[in-house]
Design a binder for this molecule. Structure first.
Ligand SMILES: [Zn+2]
Length: 236
């Protein structure tokens, strides 16, 4: 696997620059060319390898069976069901692990079809896939370190995150971040992409009034260290 990539540098714009042709992800300029190439690959897959076969009760995408699920099922209904059985802490943990399982599974299914060897490309393929899958837009923030080792660190935001958006649409409020599905999904994908055990933590959340849902992702072995720095990343 590749050498890494440090995103952004002194003087780079706070939220990166959206390219003229990169349409799915917001990222520092050094990632634009790479992302355009990945978008083109996904476009080709959806154009040529998506087959609806209702007579077989199947949808095939690149030969694999997929299904449509309404976003509300995860953002509201599943959470309410788990809340009633497990309480809030149990619900959050289970949703996180569910998202992580989905992210891992999708990365294991998609990445082999993409022919991407370099770590930055394998990581970037996740948020772009999330956009094509219809559930997340991701903004990479400067300061991320895309290296396949203990230095790995990702700082990223989800503008208009479906979990927070639907929660608010229900007239609900939150005092703590609640987007555990997306935190889990992103860490699951990136764990497979990087060959590392990674964890993600949401530090700002639109559901509790923050301007975006912001996450950090780090090696699981460094969790204690990063948990002590949450305010630092939240105030950047
Ligand atoms: Zn959130």
């Amino acid at each position: 696997m590749s050498q890494g990539l440090l995103l952004g540098s002194a003087g780079s714009q706070r939220h990166g620059v959206r390219g003229d042709t990169v349409k799915t992800v917001e990222a520092p300029p050094e990632m634009h060319e790479l992302m355009e190439a990945i978008e083109a690959k996904y476009e080709e897959i959806f154009k040529t390898k998506l087959k609806f076969k209702p007579e077989e009760s199947r949808i095939k995408l690149a030969g694999k069976n997929v299904m449509f699920i309404g976003l509300r099922a995860i953002a509201i209904d599943l959470k309410d069901e788990l809340d009633s059985v497990l309480g809030e802490a149990g619900r959050n943990l289970l949703i996180y692990r569910l998202g992580q399982s989905f992210g891992r599974s999708e990365a294991e299914r998609i990445l082999p079809q993409m022919g991407l060897d370099e770590l930055p490309a394998r990581i970037a393929a996740g948020p772009i896939w999330a956009a094509y899958s219809g559930f997340a837009r991701i903004r990479f923030l400067p300061g991320s370190v895309l290296e396949p080792n203990e230095n790995y660190f990702l700082l990223y935001e989800y503008p208009n995150n479906f979990e927070a958006e639907l929660w608010k649409k229900e007239g609900r409020t939150a005092t703590e971040p609640l987007c555990y599905f997306n935190a889990g999904y992103s860490s699951g994908w990136c764990s497979v992409a990087a060959g590392l055990e990674l964890e993600a933590e949401e530090i700002l959340c639109e559901a509790k009034g923050d301007k975006a849902c912001r996450f950090i992702m780090f090696p699981a072995s460094r969790r204690m260290e990063y948990m002590e720095r949450l305010d630092e990343f939240g105030n950047m």
